[in-house]
Design a protein around this ligand. Structure first.
Ligand code: CMC
Length: 428
């Protein structure tokens, strides 16, 4: 007999089925709760709520485990490039050689933007945040590809997926070029995904540019470790918007907006701003640790803490090692890296952080690598978005293909005024 949980509400006793996942995770299915008892559950911030079953990513925050489609993140980061991991996430299996070649070719063939899309960039102010541009232009793709917006047509979905993965780096690099006032660099389809992105970011018509292979491989690693993270804020946003049968471009555009926030993907930008602030303030790390502990202050150590990881963030471990290697290889002496190391040491030994299990997260060291690569701080979250795209797509697809998927529509417990008579304007 399958397991059940018993719930007593007043004199009613309800048996709730327990759903067990492949990693033996358990969830109480409350699907019949409201129809039986008239009550809903209340879980602000969804701390205890499983919104779906999912076969994309497994995460065990207590043990610091992260696996995409069953493969440990450490092995993927070590052995794959980003496009291979994107294929794994979107289609569920690692590609064989033929599948990978075909996928790469298809992605390469879709990298250009429609020329009319370029005129959108003329309308944005020079100092527009690139995440705003990214979400706007991704949303605008739905106006250029009206022939492939039907979420229930697998061929239309397939071409939209390839277009999105191919075009996001182009959209992102144009946003950067716009901020500099430099001409856009067209994609070069003979180059790999990451090499092409670096070219579009840093080449100009008046000087030779060759991407440093060290940067290409660091970028591949960073995109891979950001590629999915199960039901996080932006992924849940993509699923929620998609649950209304909104098209893929619209759903991903909303995910980009969710990722922008400093408590989510925007933290990588906020970390570097914080490290700069500490440096400008004389490098007094203890002062900032003290501020972070002071509840009156409202200051938080950016890049520390995670809703799910309560041991360590395996992504941070991979990035920290890569960061050490990169700075040593390039012989870069980055004062921010030194401050970051000091901060990590102090915070990890401090009772406040130890008690609350606040460890450096994925965003803590990624910014230092991006800086070493010459990527400006405003573009950090954009890179997170490029990395997270295959994860968003995988979840959107999983939701669309699930026979049990329904529009996401949470309930609430109303706490506002009771019924009252309307008061006309002259009497208010
Ligand atoms: N600095 C100081 N105190 C903190 C921090 C921090 N970075 N993070 C959490 N706390 C404290 C918090 O004040 C609370 O203390 P108390 O129990 O005394 O009230 C306790 O730790 C639990 O925090 P919470 O806010 O209830 O935890 P949460 O799960 O709601 O929030 C978080 C998770 C990531 C939003 C939060 O830790 C945070 O704001 N971190 C800084 C921003 C950041 O680095 N975000 C990137 C997350 S990783 C990238 C991604 O996947 O999006």
């Amino acid at each position: 007999m399958s397991e059940v949980a018993k719930l007593k509400c007043g004199d009613q006793e309800l048996e709730l089925p327990i759903i067990t996942g492949t990693e033996n995770e358990k969830g109480i299915d409350i699907g019949k709760l409201r129809s039986t008892t008239g009550m809903v559950t209340l879980d602000q911030g969804y701390v205890n709520t499983g919104s779906t079953t999912s076969a994309v990513t497994f995460l065990n925050g207590e043990e610091g485990v992260l696996r995409y489609r069953g493969y440990p993140i450490e092995q993927l980061a070590e052995n794959c490039d980003f496009i291979e991991v994107a294929y794994l996430l979107v289609y569920g299996e690692l590609p064989n050689e033929k599948e990978l070649v075909t996928f790469r070719e298809s992605i390469s063939s879709h990298t250009m933007l429609h020329e009319d899309l370029k005129s959108f960039y003329d309308g944005f102010p020079r100092d527009a945040h690139p995440m705003a541009i990214l979400s706007s232009v991704v949303g605008a793709l739905s106006t250029f590809y009206q022939d492939s917006l039907n979420p229930h047509d697998p061929d239309q979905v397939e071409v939209s997926i390839h277009r999105l993965i191919a075009k996001l780096p182009t959209i992102a690099s144009y946003a950067y070029k716009k901020s500099l006032g430099q001409p856009f660099t067209y994609p070069d389809n003979s180059k790999s995904y990451c090499d092409n992105f670096l070219q579009m970011m840093f080449s100009t018509p008046c000087a030779e540019y060759t991407s440093d292979p060290v940067f290409i491989s660091a970028l591949n690693m960073l995109l891979i470790v950001h590629a999915d993270h199960e039901q996080n804020c932006s992924t849940s946003t993509v699923r929620m918007v998609g649950s209304a049968d909104s098209n893929l471009f619209a759903s991903i555009s909303s995910g980009i907006c969710a990722l922008w926030g400093p408590l989510h993907g925007g933290a990588n930008e906020a970390v570097v701003q914080m490290l700069n602030q500490i440096k400008a303030d004389g490098g007094d790390v203890d002062k900032y640790v003290k501020m972070a502990k002071d509840k009156e202050d409202g200051f938080r150590l950016m890049g520390f803490g995670h809703r799910v990881y309560k041991n360590f963030d395996p992504r941070a471990t991979i990035i920290k090692k890569a960061c050490d290697r990169l700075l040593e290889k390039l012989d870069i002496d980055d004062p921010l890296f030194e401050i970051a190391q000091k901060l990590e040491k102090v915070a990890l030994e401090d009772e406040y952080f130890v008690d609350r299990k606040l460890y450096p997260n994925v965003d803590f060291y990624s910014g230092v690598i991006y800086r070493a690569m010459g990527i400006p701080v405003e573009m950090f979250t954009v890179l997170f978005a490029i990395g997270r795209l295959p994860g968003w797509i995988a979840h959107w697809k999983e939701m669309q293909n699930s026979p049990s998927s329904r529009i996401c529509r949470p309930r609430q417990v109303y706490t506002g005024p009771l019924n009252r008579e309307f008061v006309t304007l002259d009497k208010r």
